[in-house]
Design a protein around this ligand. Sequence first.
Ligand code: EZ4
Ligand code: CO
Length: 401
Amino acid sequence: MKIVEARVIVTCPGRNFVTLKIVCSDGTTGVGDATLNGRELAVAAYLTEHVVPALIGRDPARIEDTWQYLYRGAYWRRGPVTMTAIAAVDTALWDIKGKVAGLPVYQLLGGRSRSGVQVYGHASGSSTSDVLASVAGFVSRGYRAVRVQAEVPGIPDIYGISSGPAYEPATFGVATESSWSTPDYLAHIPAVFEAVRDEFGPTLQLLHDVHHRLTPIEAARLGKSLEPYALTWMEDPVPAELQDGFRLIRQHTTTPLAVGEVFNSIFDCSTLISERLIDYIRTTVVHAGGITHLRRIFDLAALYQVRSGSHGATDLSPVCMSAALHLDLAIPNFGLQEYMPHTAETDAVFPHGYRFADGYLHPAEEPGLGVDIDESLAATFPYRPAALPVNRLTDGTMHDW
Ligand code: EZ4
Ligand code: CO
């Protein structure tokens, strides 16, 4: 069997997604997510111009060899664009291998290690009572783990807060501007978690995303002040490339740490893992080189009792979510999976068999990944330029967001 065609499909059913569909000589197809939020066409061009021509005629069964060919062969290793493109190919080849074997992909990865994949939802709100109502909504829908974000008095527009059930990271057109004040934030957040713990008791798992905005010593202070509320994790406390920063945070707090949604390879997190500077590694299929490379990261993490906590915002398509669920189900060191349900339009473009029940996601049982793209429906939603926000301190200084 040979690869005879690979199509790069860009569609915007409410937000942009890039998908690679590989077609084999016997008609078997496989899909991979290639969405890099706000930089979609860079990956589409990388695939179309540099990867697809090299795939034609290759044996789709050779997943590892194809991964090594694309990684080593590029010479310019790693980076989000390259690794997202490699991820799309890798994911599609696992989908094909599952279909050829007649097995769901998790069976090829060693089989089920658990009955389902525990997910967390995203509560947020402007006032503390809005936040409590938002958390209550997730609890009533069966979630056992909730990420809690809150508006901070004095900061007009913080990224990631929504009045509805979900927020959308990107906006159409040029980047919007969010704002930030670390002193106001640090003064406010512990009281929010105190209120949430008081209302929901000790067993609901609570998470918080700092979104790379603090320095190590500020993050250490936040972690310490949140200790009474026993968070499952504090996410992205400092800019993710600041691996040394985690050492300082670690010396000061027992609040568990999670990082990795912007990482692309095992080399971004090998120190964090092997020195036990983090508790959860949040790398994901689409941005960290596909199932093949993510498995490698999670296996390293398992040696050090670091658990997975893959990124799963709405800019990761149902194709990525399907792939993530197969891996989550199989690995020994699964922790939690982030989950933001997609819109009805997105679900229609990407028909999939995974389902949510009682706080868990369950992958489809059909051969492969159990997800596809409806290409004629996708074509009715043309690409629209969109951007992620930028962030400024209240005096106008550019800041991490
Ligand atoms: O900002 O997916 O934990 N989730 C997050 C997300 C990311 C977006 C970036 O595209 O931090 O909201
Ligand atoms: Co995050």
